[in-house]
Design a protein around this ligand. Sequence first.
Ligand code: NAD
Ligand code: GLY
Length: 370
Amino acid sequence: MSRTRDGVETVRVELGERGYPIHIGAGVLGRGDLLRPHLRGRQVAIVSNEVVAPLYLETLRQAIGEGRQVDVFLMADGERHKNLETYGALMDFLLEHRHNRTTTLVALGGGVVGDLTGFAAATFQRGVDFVQVPTTLLAQVDSSVGGKTAVNHPRGKNMIGAFYQPRCVLADTTVFDTLPDREYRAGLAEVVKYGVIRDAAFFDWLETRAGALGARDAGALARAVRRSCEIKAEVVAADEREGGLRAILNYGHTFGHAIETLTGYERYLHGEAVAIGMVMAADLSVRQGWLPAGEAGRIRALLETLGLPVTPPALAGDAMVAAMGLDKKVLDGRLRLVLAEALGRVIVTEDVDAQALGRTLAAGEALCRG
Ligand code: NAD
Ligand code: GLY
């Protein structure tokens, strides 16, 4: 699935002519030899923000090298700027700087920058190339891979977007050195998700290397990022537009989104809410008689060891159900959930027992503890 050359691991997302490499390793952000083959024309627009640019922009500029028109658009930091206003400002910027259809947009930042840049690339002059240079763990293992791009609308997150694949992803594992602790751990939640949904052996490995991952051990991280990207690449290649299988990537997310919505997107980072959501989904899977209690306990324990929250805030069950019902993963008004059958195996199901769900929503601290 992946190959290693010069200490760089490359995972390929197999999507025919829209397929692309994910290069993973220390220092890939500065590797012009990996980036330049994906810059088709002589124009490049780097999109970043005021936090990330001072740290990594210069290295990226050097990787692009001389002889191109390189313009830099810096957006304000934060999810609330992933909106149509920033998108509009980026369009103005590209037109003012006379970017044409052969330009390449390069997203340097976390998922916010990546999602907005990808949507801009999908729509600017009916679509131009873009490259993802993800600088958070969550962006490296999730948002930069798979082609979901979007901005938010006041009525809902990611409500305006497109499926649009990048030409290449450069996942530099040294960028974690500057990442705040909470952001880093939130990314680990998504890494755990891959073990739960697709690879029991990877889950076992995460358990044995939890200490190393908590301490940001470079070797453990490179392997965790690589395996996560391999799994995401495999799922996306099988179901690019979420007609079926891709929905398994939403394990823990329906509960998680409801928690984020009901706490006003202020209390939890996305990965933290997903960690709680994964524990709730495991608890419900046990109550439905599908997942052995011991395996659910292991999911909770690993997340806890990695410093993630595993207990939901006190929220009324009715409010949770309503918030889950509003989630866009609901099809034709029926609640669809991703539930676990074993470590490494999940299913997307509408077969949700209302009483069992009620018990999960009321379990609080007792989640996955019977
Ligand atoms: P983020 O982009 O807001 O980054 C988190 C914070 O870390 C920001 O303040 C950012 O400026 C800062 N930062 C980034 N890299 C840094 C570094 N190396 N050192 C120091 N600080 C750094 O958040 P995120 O968690 O990366 O992404 C969340 C977004 O991703 C959400 O908008 C979510 O909807 C989206 N998302 C998209 C997909 C997808 O498939 N497209 C999947 C999951 C999440
Ligand atoms: N983050 C879920 C997906 O990419 O489908």
